[in-house]
Design a protein around this ligand. Structure first.
Ligand code: PMP
Length: 387
């Protein structure tokens, strides 16, 4: 569409027209039979997308932070010990939420742009009787990818519950909730799940639900209490109605469309498409002479890329890139905020969108007077996309 820019930030992202159509359809009653069917189907599809056949899905109006709040509010009681595997800004947020509900929080950290080794996580888990370990699957502030599979399996051996903040990963990065022994995997609608902002999405496994049922004290958050939401989720899935708070009818309808598209693409194909887009963007960034925040490929996420500004270039680059057609995001991690920017590439983002974004990046770099070989980024990206 002429004049329209590509939204290539790490959420919200570009959305599919069919998803937007569901958003714009006439709002039904939240107890209308057609909505009951849509909500019930969306809950069933979440279980499939999360790869959590035994999981209990929750869909609540709110952002990703509410999903984090909900996980912690229902599992933590004052005095519980919690371990945060800290890879950046959103791990700090998780720690703040854990502390707010009375947990004693320890961190296992790495330098900015890196992640702790599995040995370090294992050693940290052995230091105390942790009730919960929290992992940010993709820390959107650093584009660092956590090793959820290995860390969650360790935590399982210690009988520690694993909460995964998958806000920048679910339906983009490979995440096998049940097989990897992840107890809660949460996200928000506006990222790889592909629905406009407004839904907090969470799947809780059997160990998490059991821990919740055995609580000694009431949940200290009225809105997020699973005692109120569980009967609603169970009812809609059984194609009945139940009320606690009015569901976000249009967003839930859009969610059902998007989850249907995700399952039609196939999860393995979708994860592979994300890996491919990521390799293309990262190859382009390197070919243009820009470094990245993640310190090595192995720790870099596939849902976004965090390039460092080259010498002599600052955030004014982003204005030039926008003028050339692609909206990118600035830095977020407080220690390095002014040193890098972020390119999101998830959800329905196509290979054509990736090339258009790299083209706009090259035009922006030209605009700020950076010296590079025009087309080098495009050629590097294309090599991965054609492969
Ligand atoms: N965790 C991560 C990894 C995120 O990227 C974000 C949002 N960027 C959040 C949590 C918070 O989500 P929200 O902004 O929807 O509250």
């Amino acid at each position: 569409m002429k004049g329209r820019k590509l939204l290539m930030i790490p959420g919200p992202i570009e959305f599919d027209p069919a998803v937007m159509e569901a958003m714009g359809a006439a709002t039904t009653s939240h107890v209308a039979p057609e909505f009951v069917e849509v909500f019930g189907q969306a809950l069933e599809r979440m279980r499939q997308v999360w790869l959590a056949p035994d999981g209990q899905p929750f869909v609540v109006a709110g952002s990703g932070t509410l999903a984090m709040d909900m996980a912690v509010a229902n599992l933590i009681e004052p005095g519980d010990r919690a371990l945060v595997v800290n890879t950046g800004y959103f791990s700090d947020r998780m720690a703040a939420i854990l502390a707010r509900y009375g947990a004693e929080v320890d961190h296992v950290r790495a330098a900015v742009g890196d992640r702790p080794s599995t040995e370090e996580v294992e050693a940290a888990l052995g230091q105390a009787n942790y009730k919960v370990m929290a992992i940010t699957h993709v820390d959107t502030s650093t584009a660092v990818l956590a090793d959820v599979e290995n860390w969650a399996k360790l935590s399982c051996q210690w009988e520690t519950l694993t909460i995964v903040d998958g806000v920048c990963s679910v339906a983009g990065e490979e995440l096998q909730q049940q097989a990897w022994c992840v107890d809660v995997a949460l996200t928000a609608s506006q990222k790889a799940v592909g629905v406009p902002p407004g839904l907090a999405l969470l799947v809780a496994g059997p160990r998490a639900m059991e821990t919740f049922r055995r609580r000694r004290r009431p949940v200290a958050n009225y809105y997020a209490d699973w005692n109120s939401w569980l009967p609603v989720m169970e009812a809609y899935e059984a194609r009945r109605t139940s009320y606690f708070g009015t569901p976000a009818v249009n967003l839930v309808a859009a969610l059902n469309v998007s989850l249907g598209q995700i399952l039609a693409e196939g999860l393995e194909a979708r994860f592979e498409r994300h890996r491919r887009m990521s390799r293309a963007v990262k190859a382009a960034v390197s070919a243009l002479g820009l470094g990245q925040v993640p310190v090595r490929d192995e720790v870099a996420a596939h849902t976004l890329t965090a390039p460092r500004y080259p010498d002599g270039v600052d955030s004014s680059l982003l204005g030039h890139v926008k003028a050339a057609g692609a909206i990118l995001a600035g830095g977020l991690h407080p220690e390095i905020k002014g040193e890098y920017f972020r390119i999101g590439h998830m959800g329905v983002t196509s290979f054509g969108d990736v090339l258009a974004t790299i083209g706009a990046l090259e035009q922006g770099l030209m605009g700020v007077g950076y010296d590079f070989e025009p087309g080098a980024g495009l050629a590097a990206a294309q090599a991965f996309l054609l492969d």
